[in-house]
Design a protein around this ligand. Structure first.
Ligand SMILES: NC(=O)c1ccc[n+]([C@@H]2O[C@H](COP(=O)([O-])OP(=O)(O)OC[C@H]3O[C@@H](n4cnc5c(N)ncnc54)[C@H](OP(=O)(O)O)[C@@H]3O)[C@@H](O)[C@H]2O)c1
Length: 334
């Protein structure tokens, strides 16, 4: 019998199991939630990771977001940059999801290498391996003609995947929120900490934050529901805020006041360039690039509504962030 809390290793029987889905990026912020929901729906979910031992830790029953009743995924060692590791990882899969991220370029690990070339390699291997469905997680605003290396690579990645795997489904989320995100949790912390909060530019960029659980559920419905071959979905939350409105709303929910200060994008770019030299960059230039443009789902693109999902707003996520903070302060020594 397999113990709860331990990721399974791949065994030959898994190749005979129906309804196998392999999630590249299955240990990530979005990917692990997709894996969890697939398991709950009775799929055999493979979490592909460069560090398969990490799969067990991520899905450990000790973590509050993964209950002890959750079945465990199959841990598969794979690096999307190593074509020879892709084939065995996806063998026998009904569907493959690419939820791999790269937020800071390092040496040969460029945005184009990961988001375009490697995504296309994974899609081509899935086509050759007769995988039924390929889902590419991209982002709103992806544009192959953009001046930004990041936004352009995401756009090129979509085109390369569509050409390598005809009928691939592209999923473009807006900025995603969750109790373990880097977006909302950072804003909540900084609003409490800073006497004056720096805006991106004049704070007029429009955002539509979407709850990561809603996106994960949507991806599972794409796999488990009717055929959406060749569609491009854009997933946004229930409300569109300017950045200024978002900060004021978060402050209101925290029962505090926020003083805002416009900061030009050129200054942010310099700060982010320096921050990227740190081991865990608090801000990156690609995030600054993304904040220059509205990040809102297109009105005519299929979205959460078409999948019968009622999106949840930031108040729910702020509630969860606050619960975690309260639990942390109760458990920390006085
Ligand atoms: N977070 C957001 O707000 C947001 C918004 C819009 C779109 N997106 C997109 O959504 C997707 C998922 O983002 P996320 O925030 O969930 O990412 P994340 O938490 O940073 O997770 C990244 C995942 O990528 C995997 N990975 C990285 N390099 C890899 C490689 N060479 N080979 C195999 N796996 C690799 C990591 O696995 P290991 O380290 O275990 O190998 C990890 O599971 C990305 O495409 C991202 O651009 C995110």
């Amino acid at each position: 019998m397999r113990r709860q809390g331990m990721a399974r290793q791949m065994d030959p029987d898994d190749l005979n199991t129906e309804r196998i889905v392999t999630v590249f990026g299955g240990t990530g912020f979005l990917g692990r939630r997709i894996v969890k929901r697939l398991l709950e729906r009775g799929f055999t979910a493979r979490a592909a990771s460069r560090h398969p031992a990490r799969v067990g830790r991520v899905f450990s029953s000790a973590r509050p977001d993964f209950s002890s009743t959750t079945r465990m995924p199959v841990a598969v060692a794979a690096d999307i940059l190593d074509a020879s590791s892709i084939g065995p990882a996806i063998a026998g899969s009904q569907a493959v999801v690419n939820a791999v991220s790269l937020y800071v370029e390092q040496g040969t690990r460029t945005f184009e290498r990961v988001h375009a070339k490697a995504a296309a390699d994974l899609a081509a291997a899935s086509r050759d391996g007769e995988v039924g469905q390929f889902i590419q997680i991209s982002g709103i605003g992806s544009d192959p003609r953009s001046d930004s290396n990041y936004i352009r690579a995401r756009g090129l990645g979509e085109l390369a995947v569509e050409s390598a795997f005809p009928g691939a489904v592209i999923v473009r989320p807006a900025v995603m929120t969750g109790p373990d995100d880097v977006f909302l949790t950072t804003i909540v912390r900084l609003i409490r900490l800073l006497p004056v909060y720096p805006l991106f530019g004049d704070g007029g960029t429009r955002l539509q934050p979407v709850y990561v659980e809603d996106v994960a559920e949507a991806v599972c419905r794409l796999i488990d529901g009717r055929n959406h071959k060749g569609s491009v979905f854009e997933f946004g939350g229930p409300r569109i805020y300017t950045y200024t409105e978002l900060l004021r709303e978060i402050a209101r929910q925290l029962n505090t006041h926020v003083r805002l200060m416009p900061v030009p994008f050129a200054v942010w770019n310099v700060l982010a360039g320096a921050a990227e030299l740190l081991p865990a960059a608090p801000i990156t230039r690609n995030q600054v690039d993304l904040m220059r443009h509205d990040n809102v789902a297109a009105i005519d693109a299929p979205g959460l509504k078409q999948l019968d999902i009622e999106p949840r707003d930031i108040d729910e996520v702020i509630g969860l962030i606050e619960q975690l903070r309260d639990a942390g302060s109760r458990s920390s020594p006085a």
